[in-house]
Every structure is written in structure tokens, then in C-alpha cells.
Design a binder for this molecule. Structure first.
Ligand code: IPE
Ligand code: IPE
Ligand code: MG
Length: 237
């Protein structure tokens, strides 16, 4: 496979923690705990491949509808992850960032996010972006609100609003679109993830649940991506 065929940006819907746990006779929480190990392995593997960006769907706006107990544990695991992953971020020259309605997260998590962003801001390697309290429709609505405010204050005129202006009001304003979208757990859906940005992403769904997803599975997805022909609606001679 030539280097040209490596995706620059991979986004992952990390799904199947609960099903993995159930199939092992464990509580859903054990699945989430094991899932953190996959995050660490995949992040390191992507950084070693010099990917430009890895975006991980970690908590959706709709996940608040889960039982209180599970949400509380997910928040506790997230906080612990943010603190414990600092060495991985530093060792791999990773720049940490987030997308989503961060202001809607508990204050202690917002604080740890700020520390990770601040401590990694001069790193020059891969961008690791966590989607937290994220919803694709909410992102589009938030962009529309920001554009409306710009119009109201005379910074943008209605006639100037085009796809490029819109893109620059999204949470992902300064990011490239994902080349490859991976979903673990086998469900063939996008679950409100990066709706604008995945317009032309290549999709790869595996039945492997997230806690079992390892470097080899990532390699398989990347290899498959390398064989794809991306046409963007055009024709390739
Ligand atoms: C993904 O695993 C983790 C989050 C959504 C936070 P799930 O918890 O959705 O696991 P399944 O889909 O129920 O197996
Ligand atoms: C998508 O998984 C969200 C994350 C991986 C954070 P879900 O488990 O929430 O999605 P659905 O409910 O299967 O669509
Ligand atoms: Mg799920």
C-alpha cells in the first residue's frame, strides 16, 4: 500500500461496550472500563502512523438519556481518562482537542479538558479530538446561530453565506473532514456523528466490539481504505 493511500483523518464511533460486557457475563461498566484500553492502544497506533487527526466519539448528547448510574460512571471514567492519558499525549507529541457542547459537561471535566488542551497546545504531532456531549444536528444548529449573529452584527452578508462560510462556523472549523469513518459493534448507522463532515468519508463497519478493537483491526480498516476509489461525484479516467 502506498503512503498516499493512508487516511489523513480517521473518525471512530466507539460502540459495543455494553454488548461486549454482556457477552462476557460482566456489567456494562466493565465494558466501558475495557474500552478505555482500546482508546489508548488505537491513539498510540494512529500517532505512530503520523495520522493528521483521530476523532473519537466518546459521549453523545443523546447518551444523557441512559440510566443515571451509567452516565455518572461514564463521567467518572472520562475524568480519570483525561488525567491518566496526559503522559500518552506528551509521549506521542499529540495535540489534544474537543468538539461538542463542552459547557454542558460537569465543571470538573471541563477543567481537566482545559488542562489537556493547554499542556499539549505546542505539540506538533497528531491531533486527538474527543467528541463529548456531541450531536451532529446540534453542531449544525450552533453554526447557524453563529452565522445569524454575524449577519445581525454586520460581519457577514446573507449573500456571502456559502459552504465554506458554513464550514468555518462548525466546531470542526479548522479541521479536515474525516477520510475514514470506522464504527465498531456492527450497527450500520451514524448515530448523529459529524453529519456535515462525513459527506464523502469512506465507511468501515466491523462487528468487533470496541473493547476488543486492537491495532490489527485498525490495520485492516486502513488496508481496506487503501483500496477504495474516491470519486466525489466525478469520474476517474
Ligand atoms: C459505546 O458503547 C460507549 C458509549 C456510547 C458511551 P455502548 O455503551 O453504546 O455499548 P452497546 O452499544 O450498548 O453495546
Ligand atoms: C454512538 O453510540 C455514540 C458513541 C459511541 C459515543 P450509541 O450506542 O449511543 O448509538 P446508538 O444508540 O446505537 O445509535
Ligand atoms: Mg451503543
Amino acid at each position: 500500500m502506498s503512503e498516499n493511500n493512508l487516511p489523513r483523518h480517521i473518525a471512530i464511533i466507539m460502540d459495543g461496550n455494553g454488548r461486549w460486557a454482556k457477552s462476557h457475563g460482566l456489567t456494562r461498566i466493565r465494558g466501558h472500563i475495557r474500552g478505555v484500553e482500546s482508546v489508548r492502544e488505537i491513539t498510540t497506533a494512529c500517532a505512530e502512523k503520523h495520522l493528521e487527526q483521530l476523532t473519537l466519539y466518546a459521549f453523545s448528547k443523546d447518551n444523557w438519556s441512559r440510566p443515571k448510574y451509567e452516565v455518572a460512571i461514564l463521567m467518572r471514567l472520562l475524568r480519570r481518562y483525561l488525567v491518566r492519558e496526559r503522559p500518552t499525549i506528551v509521549d506521542n507529541n499529540i495535540r489534544f482537542t474537543v468538539i461538542g457542547q463542552i459547557e454542558g459537561l460537569p465543571k470538573n471535566i471541563q477543567k481537566e479538558i482545559s488542562v489537556n488542551i493547554e499542556e499539549s497546545k505546542s505539540n506538533t504531532g497528531m491531533i486527538l479530538c474527543l467528541a463529548l456531549n456531541y450531536g451532529g444536528r446540534a453542531e449544525i444548529v450552533d453554526a447557524a446561530r453563529r452565522i445569524a449573529a454575524d449577519v445581525a452584527e454586520g460581519r457577514v452578508s446573507v449573500g456571502d453565506i456559502d459552504e465554506d462560510v458554513f464550514k468555518h462556523h462548525l466546531y470542526t472549523a479548522d479541521m479536515s473532514d474525516p477520510d475514514l469513518l470506522i464504527r465498531t459493534g456492527g450497527d450500520m448507522r451514524v448515530s448523529n456523528f459529524l453529519l456535515w463532515e462525513i459527506s464523502y468519508s469512506e465507511l468501515w463497519v466491523t462487528p468487533v466490539c470496541w473493547p476488543d478493537f486492537r491495532k490489527e483491526n485498525l490495520e485492516e480498516a486502513i488496508k481496506d481504505y487503501g483500496k477504495r476509489e474516491r470519486r466525489y461525484g466525478g469520474l476517474i479516467e
